[in-house]
Ligand binder design. Structure first.
Ligand SMILES: [Fe+2]
Length: 278
């Protein structure tokens, strides 16, 4: 089993960074922290995992709703305010908005940005009292103030989750727990959450729907291991058991300046990167 030191990043693919970045900054309170060759690294001030944005082809396909990311506000009232603010920016940003709705004690509004991705702004104000503490317990210590994110009527306080799909819930759980060394939380029969035990952000796993658009390497999640030699060991292990584990792809290991990393596609054809980079 891997011994990850963190679920450190999620990747994000859009058609135009120039068009999508202002949307992520203005509507979701994400900040640009680095620009590398062809990628822009974003981070929410209250969340230590990074969102690494890439540009795809201009005619790349839209991503499935089941592969969205989400931020959280503190109160249900802010979801209605967020809905109103999104409406006011609809033309400028060419976004499509889904009416706010309640689901499993969460109250949220989703929108689709023209880069091809859905986003969720959610409130779990009522969920803690319903015993969902494991995934809802505060994702922030110090709330962001009105002054830092003024004029919208809502404040995204954390980047809480990404989303993937699974085929077999038990096989998926075993893979996360016994191979990736992650923690699985199950609150209801139809879905599971996977997370690193020491951080609050998580990946929601939803049952697979027919005819999906499969995610690409540019939508992978990143697990950090302690050292390059642990990454080598992990790669060796997956190479030997790829078939048993149902992996669809395992890229060769790469290394540079004492950092080792590789990318693979899991039993549900979701992409992961395993790295020793900090
Ligand atoms: Fe979501």
């Amino acid at each position: 089993m891997f011994k990850p030191i963190g679920l450190v990043a999620g990747h994000y693919e859009c058609r135009s960074l120039q068009q999508t970045l202002p949307i992520l900054q203005d509507l979701l309170a994400l900040e640009v922290v680095a620009r590398n060759d062809g990628e822009t690294v974003l981070k929410h001030p209250n969340t230590d995992w990074k969102l690494i944005a890439h540009e795809s082809d201009a005619d790349g396909p839209d991503k499935a709703f089941q592969h969205h990311y989400g931020v959280r506000v503190a109160t249900n009232r802010e979801i209605d305010e967020a809905h109103e603010y999104l409406q006011s920016k609809k033309r400028e940003y060419k976004i499509k908005i889904i009416q706010p709705k309640e689901n499993h004690n969460a109250y949220s509004v989703h929108f689709f940005e023209p880069g091809g991705n859905f986003w969720e702004i959610e409130s779990y104000e009522k969920a803690d009292e319903a015993g969902m503490g494991k995934t809802t317990r505060p994702h922030w210590q110090t709330p962001i103030s009105q002054q830092k994110f003024p004029g919208r009527g809502y404040i995204p306080q954390a980047l809480t989750h990404g989303t993937v799909q699974f085929h077999d819930i038990e096989a998926t759980r075993r893979f996360y727990e016994d191979v990736l060394g992650l923690e699985v939380v199950q609150l209801w029969p139809s879905s599971i959450y996977v997370k690193h035990p020491e951080s609050p952000w998580y990946i929601v796993n939803l049952p697979f729907r027919a005819e999906p658009i499969l995610p690409t390497r540019a939508q992978r999640f990143v697990l950090a291991l302690e050292s390059a030699s642990e990454v080598e060991e992990a790669h060796h292990w997956l190479s030997n058991s790829a078939q048993t584990l149902g992996l669809s792809t395992l890229d060769p290991i790469q290394s540079s300046n004492d950092v080792a990393w590789f990318i693979f596609s899991d039993l549900n054809r979701n992409w992961w990167e395993v790295t020793s980079a900090r």
